[in-house]
Design a protein around this ligand. Structure first.
Ligand SMILES: [Zn+2]
Length: 569
């Protein structure tokens, strides 16, 4: 491809709205264009990368025995009503009506449709196990689309579904997909951590996330360097109740005028935050729910959501606290709490001695409050946010926390969809049973962004050879020089004949401009056709490693070809 004819226009301007490196660089390098919030066009070079990512995914899916099909974007409401997700999915579901008033959604995932397909076609255990997948555009009405392709409202996904006769066989299908995912991410040059995950909206029994570590990811990952445990932070059990070996002291009432926060209270009383029983008040569908947690810990709202079974809650406002309890925020406590209030006790409070608690009187606290004697507590639940240094639930060593980007997600669904949708088959023993399912996603367009997140420097992108839009860039330094032009054209023809994917920068631009563009666009190898041609050589540069080679003209292309093949092996 001649750059002078190619639809690739870089920009020198810094895109103001772009925080994540992938967002910034893909815009600057002319790979993507924004159409509306969270909606992007993939321009020719980006599409070349995307096709290569898809190629890697397809090969590994096919190797695992999965068969590709193409489901529909428009999903009828009726299917989603069968599983209860038409409402449960919430505002992220794009809904629309046709001219007859029939309702549809734009598929954000396809469990409903594929389960419908299976119940129409699979009758017998002889047709199982079965693995099907598609690569398709998906839609999710994100509240806050951000970071370009990382959190977009329209995106490309590979989603696979497994169907088995029993739990045991389903676990084998699940494992084969898990291994395929590990191979895929390795081939794509991505460093990915496999983490235990929450089943969330999709539902089911077992779930793993494949998370690329980057500071712009939305996933908070906890991992342990000693036993390699890794999990999404919201599913990490926190268990750090302290052992308080001290005598119970006499209860005392103290004045704490205007003291609102845990920090202020700890400072005011000269106690450690661990000694304070903190009350966090939520408004759940208009009703108060109080979480009592140790003063040094925070509530994990994902854990709370699971416990409440709804995401319709938020921190109560000052006004609501007043209305619920007739006192001010900061003075809600377990002593004298309004009868009938729904309460959760976080594990961190268990066994606390001589605690500081509020007793629902403004500007006062109790010190040396002891459970059993001064207030009753428990049962205990796990609602605390995990934090750096918490004990690994598997081996007890300190955990580390990192941000990451979820690229893949696997779920062992069981009969979460086949049961309500009646996808039954006749088993060996002649009995009707629901098929056991799994589902497996990879965010293809997000993978593209993640590759840039993990492979770039301050000058631009460094595409790993296997997914690069082109393998070789030939830079003609002075198109007005006939000799240089002749040599560049020859190299270009030779490289094409050798089967290399070549972009030939024949544009009438200054050398500095071309080099800056080359760095930005990030093609892994570049041949510089410049002054050295007079001595019969060209310079080859690697964008990935910074290496340089001076090569005789007649050996340059075959040398590049070898390098490219090595990289892709
Ligand atoms: Zn561990």
């Amino acid at each position: 491809m001649r750059w002078s004819r190619y639809f690739l226009y870089t920009s020198k301007e810094e895109p103001a709205e772009a925080e994540a490196p992938s967002h910034r660089l893909l815009l600057k390098a002319g790979f993507i264009k924004q159409v509306a919030a969270g909606i992007y066009e993939l321009l020719p070079p980006a599409l070349r990368v995307l096709k290569k990512i898809e190629g890697v995914v397809r090969r590994e899916m096919d190797r695992s025995g999965a068969q590709e099909l193409l489901l529909t974007v428009l999903n009828p409401k009726e299917l989603w009503l069968e599983t209860g997700r038409w409402d449960a999915y919430g505002d992220e579901l794009f809904k629309l009506k046709d001219r007859h008033g029939r309702e549809y959604c734009l598929g954000p995932t396809h469990e409903e449709e594929i389960t419908d397909l299976i119940r129409k076609t699979v009758r017998s255990y002889r047709q199982l196990p079965l693995l099907l997948y598609q690569i398709q555009v998906k839609f999710r009405d994100e509240k806050r689309p951000r970071f370009g392709l990382i959190r977009a409202r329209e995106f490309i996904m590979k989603d696979a579904y497994s169907f088995d006769a029993d739990e045991e066989s389903a676990e084998l299908s699940y494992e084969s997909m898990r291994f395929a995912y590990e191979r895929i991410f390795k081939k794509l040059g991505l460093k990915v951590v496999v983490a235990e995950a929450d089943v969330g909206q999709i539902g089911g029994k077992l779930s793993h996330e494949f998370i690329a570590l980057t500071p712009y990811g939305e996933a908070k990952l906890a991992y342990c360097e000693s036993c390699s445990y890794a999990a999404n932070a919201e599913v990490v059990p926190v268990n750090d109740a302290r052992v308080w070996e001290e005598e119970e002291r006499p209860l005392k009432e103290v004045e704490t005028p205007g003291v609102r926060t845990i920090e202020e209270l700890a400072r005011f009383l000269g106690v450690e935050k661990e000694r304070i029983v903190k009350a966090v008040v939520y408004a759940v569908k208009g009703e108060p729910v109080v979480v009592f947690i140790r003063g040094d810990r925070e509530v994990d709202e994902n854990k709370l959501e699971k416990l409440l079974g709804t995401d319709e809650f938020r921190l109560a406002t000052d006004e609501e606290v007043r209305r619920f309890f007739g006192t001010e925020r900061g003075f809600i406590g377990p002593v004298g709490l309004k009868e009938g209030t729904r309460v959760f006790w976080d594990r961190s409070v268990e066994g606390i001695k001589n605690a500081v608690v509020a007793f629902n009187e403004p500007d006062k606290h109790l010190v040396n409050a002891n459970p059993g004697r001064d207030f009753s507590y428990g049962p205990f639940v796990d609602l605390a946010q995990v934090r750096e240094g918490d004990a690994c639930p598997r081996c007890g060593e300190p955990l580390r926390l990192e941000r990451g980007l979820e690229l893949g997600h696997t779920f062992l669904l069981g009969t979460r969809y086949s049961e309500p949708m009646k996808a039954y088959f006749t088993d060996r023993d002649g009995r009707e049973k629901p098929v056991v399912m799994g589902c497996y996603g990879i965010g293809i367009s997000r993978v593209l962004a993640a590759i840039v997140e993990q492979h770039h420097d301050e000058k631009g992108i460094k595409w790993p050879t296997r997914v690069a839009p082109f393998e070789l860039l030939i830079i003609l330094l002075n198109p007005k020089d006939e000799e240089l032009t002749r040599v560049a054209e020859e190299l270009y023809r030779e490289a094409l004949a050798e089967g290399l994917e070549v972009l030939y920068d024949d544009r009438d631009e200054r050398a500095g401009f071309k080099f800056a563009d080359a760095d930005l666009v990030g093609i892994p190898y570049r041949l510089v056709v410049g002054k050295k041609v007079k001595e019969g050589s060209v310079e080859l540069q690697s964008r990935l490693t910074g290496e340089r080679w001076e090569l005789p003209l007649n050996e340059a292309v075959s040398f590049v070809k070898r390098k490219v093949e090595e990289d892709k092996r």
